[in-house]
Design a protein around this ligand. Structure first.
Ligand code: ZN
Length: 477
């Protein structure tokens, strides 16, 4: 089976087997109906014997589908946490009494460079998952009766109403423990079986963000820095949620942060605090939105303004006005491509001539997971695996595929890198914007602009990532 078709089990599916059954028989659930149960099994085991035994055990007609021993091990470790879960559970009980589980959990997630902790409740159990490099990894299973105390502790720490269980609530915890100090955004959502809690771990420390290490190619970085050095105009970074746009913005602000500059930001949430910069948290409930903050900022004599996101015409309008009146504006926008930003702004009712005269640089970015160096496997590469019509930028005879090991939580990946597409807007491109010309590939090629696809392909050809990871990017070009 191809790795691209990784088997994903839903929590419901996982429940069809107990942990003991799954490990004992080395099986995984596939489909279940009233009288039929289909499962994956380890192909090194005796099929007939297993089938007979499972039919007796379940009283259902059994259908078996083979998987390699390695695959079964990986899936079992992923979905039926064996030793880890047992350890986790006892650890939890031991520490629950001392009320330390929450602190352990948060510290541990932070050490694993996780961005979010999800605490979820189901009919009979609760689980704690953490997001590492964008992927959810199961970490603890809790007994259902251990759950309310944990939720209450979180709510109290975040100044939320513990009696309110029917409405969503949002809060913030300032976490201090040993050498850790950072803010946590807390979101509580009532679900069928109880409240689901998501803790977003915000980094208060931007010291490790370095514009030179995010993933820019040399040429892209040079173009980007030219835009950053211009005293006015709008510099926009586009990409879907979770593509690392904010990190790029913070790295840029760090570079711009000089005593001689007045820098103001309006953010939601403030993910990093930067000394010397005036950061404002968006609070729409009291009328402090991106647009209204921008209006106030303009009376505060700023040099550089960072707006978390341009998502409505009013904010777009204010950002343009700020740029026209001699400020450098940095922001993000939700579009798929760097040039797509132009049409997005025009859609937001900004006249094309104003976009042309203010847009300074437009950037698109994505995050690509890097293969775990401890377990990536080299294989011969067949060009048939590329998306149809895709023309590779160079010949690739061998590539690496993910396998999974303890070091990468059986995901096959470890760490991420940004890929960019940077378009500096010069006079000729400004004219194309004014004319609303969306087909400018030739002009970009003349300027040596590397596309997202080209940059992502570079990581693949270099063996840093897999084809499946960059596949969606190749498809678009
Ligand atoms: Zn690994």
């Amino acid at each position: 089976m191809n790795v691209a078709e990784e088997i994903i089990l839903s929590p419901d599916q996982v429940h069809w087997l107990s942990k003991e059954q799954a490990w004992h028989y080395r099986i995984l659930p596939k489909n279940k109906s009233k009288d039929r149960f289909s499962l994956y099994f380890d192909s090194s085991h005796d099929r007939t014997e297993l089938e007979a035994e499972l039919e007796i055990l379940t009283g259902l007609t059994i259908q078996l589908e083979p998987l390699s021993t390695e695959q079964v091990s990986r899936l079992l470790s992923k979905y039926y946490l064996k030793d880890n879960a047992a350890q986790g559970a006892t650890q939890l009980q031991a520490q629950h009494q001392s009320d330390d589980f929450l602190i352990t959990l948060i510290s541990e997630a932070k050490n694993l460079k996780s961005s979010d902790i999800h605490i979820e409740v189901y009919e009979s159990k609760c689980r704690v998952r953490i997001r590492i490099d964008g992927m959810m990894v199961e970490r603890y299973l809790l007994k259902k009766d251990e759950y309310p105390a944990l939720i209450n502790k979180i709510k109290i720490s975040a100044n939320l109403d513990i009696a309110e269980k029917r409405l969503p609530q949002d809060g913030r915890i300032n976490f201090k423990h040993q050498d850790h100090q950072f803010d946590i955004r807390v979101s509580v959502l009532p679900t069928l079986y109880g409240e689901k809690v998501v803790l977003r771990l915000l980094s208060n420390d931007a010291t490790n963000i370095d514009l030179y290490k995010l993933g820019f190619s040399e040429n892209d970085l040079e173009n980007y820095l030219q835009g950053v050095k211009r005293p006015t105009g709008i510099l926009l970074i586009s990409g879907p949620t979770g593509s690392g746009k904010t990190t790029t913005l913070y790295a840029t602000l760090k570079l711009l942060n000089k005593e001689t500059r007045n820098i103001l930001t309006i953010e939601d949430p403030i993910e990093y605090t930067l000394e010397g910069i005036n950061q404002v948290q968006l609070k729409e409930s009291i009328g402090l939105g991106f647009a209204s903050a921008l209006r106030t900022f303009l009376r505060q004599d700023p040099d550089v303004i960072m707006v978390g996101e341009i998502r409505d015409p009013e904010t777009a309008n204010m950002a343009i006005r700020a740029a026209l009146t001699g400020h450098l504006v940095l922001s993000t926008i939700h579009t798929n491509s760097a040039w797509g930003t132009v049409s997005r702004l025009i859609d937001m009712k900004i006249p094309p001539f104003l976009v042309a005269s203010t847009l300074n640089t437009t950037v698109a970015q994505r995050l690509v997971r890097l293969l775990c160096p401890a377990c990536k496997k080299q294989e011969a590469f067949d060009a048939k695996l590329y998306p149809r019509q895709f023309k590779p930028y160079q010949q690739v005879s061998h590539h690496f595929v993910p396998t999974g090991c303890e070091a990468c939580y059986y995901t096959g990946y470890k760490g991420r890198k940004a890929v960019y597409e940077v378009i500096p807007i010069d006079q000729e491109l400004a004219i194309e914007i004014k004319n609303e010309n969306m087909y400018i590939q030739e002009l970009l090629r003349e300027r040596g602009v590397q596309t997202l696809a080209e940059n992502a392909f570079g990581l693949f050809a270099n063996g840093d990532t897999s084809l499946e990871e960059i596949y969606p990017l190749l498809f678009n070009y």
